[in-house]
Design a protein around this ligand. Structure first.
Ligand code: ADP
Ligand code: ZN
Length: 217
């Protein structure tokens, strides 16, 4: 596979994080999730963490300038590697900021993949989602329950429910997605870079589709 820069877009709970992990483990992509980066900063109580905590726990978008500062720092370290952007860009200014920093490295976004899912499915999936505190692995009480309740299959870490996975916060995140992130789809579609995958197909089929798109690129 070529050293592609791929942007994964989708509503919360569409499974893009899971796909990004698969593509990292099996296809050698660097996986860059701004949500994971922010949760890590919050857990370590760094200055960035204190600045973004309110936004992340209430499901609102972190301001673009903060997001772009964190992304630019990452890009400085990982220039030239095939990268999968998960949960970024989420606004037009973020998409423009990513184009700029990639252009400085004589690189570009090669493909944007929308993993699509209807709102009702999103709510169903997210309220059942649990995550490992130690290794960040994601479980779902309905579709992919852990072998032992509350315990991570992989590392034995404690499973928890993210604060932003409560019902009301999920509704807010969805409306933010429709308002702020859907224009980003249009941005990539105008450049002929957008591909759409049905997120309801399930983990393995979605992964097959994504790898097919990437090999064809
Ligand atoms: P999900 O895709 O399931 O909503 P993420 O882990 O991608 O979860 O993001 C969690 C939260 O982190 C978001 O609700 C938002 O507050 C913040 N966040 C992550 N990425 C961005 C971004 N690119 N721009 C603004 N805020 C972000
Ligand atoms: Zn774990």
């Amino acid at each position: 596979m070529k050293a592609l820069n791929v942007v994964l877009i989708g509503p919360p709970g569409s499974g893009k994080g899971t796909q990004a992990e698969l593509l990292r483990d099996k296809n050698g992509f660097v996986h860059y999730s701004t949500g994971e980066v922010f949760r890590d900063h919050i857990a370590r109580k760094t200055p960035v963490g204190l600045q973004v905590e309110e936004y992340v726990t209430s499901g609102r978008l972190v301001p673009d300038d903060v997001v772009l500062r964190v992304v630019n720092a990452f890009m400085a370290e990982h220039a030239g590697k095939p990268t999968l952007f998960d949960g970024f860009p989420r606004t037009i200014p973020q998409a423009e900021g990513l184009d700029e920093v990639l252009a400085e490295q004589k690189s570009a976004v090669d493909m944007a993949v929308l993993v699509d899912l209807p709102d009702d499915d999103v709510v169903k999936r997210l309220t059942a989602r649990r995550q490992c505190r130690k290794c960040s692995k994601i479980f779902n009480l309905t579709f992919k329950p852990p072998k032992v309740a509350g315990v991570c299959d992989d590392c034995g870490g404690e499973l928890y429910q993210r604060k932003d996975d409560s019902d009301t916060v999920i509704r807010d995140r969805l409306s933010t997605y429709h308002k702020q992130t859907e224009p980003v789809l249009h941005y990539y579609s105008e450049q002929g870079k957008l591909k759409r995958i049905d997120g309801a197909l399930g983990r393995d089929r979605v992964y097959e589709e994504i790898t097919r798109l990437i090999s064809a690129a």
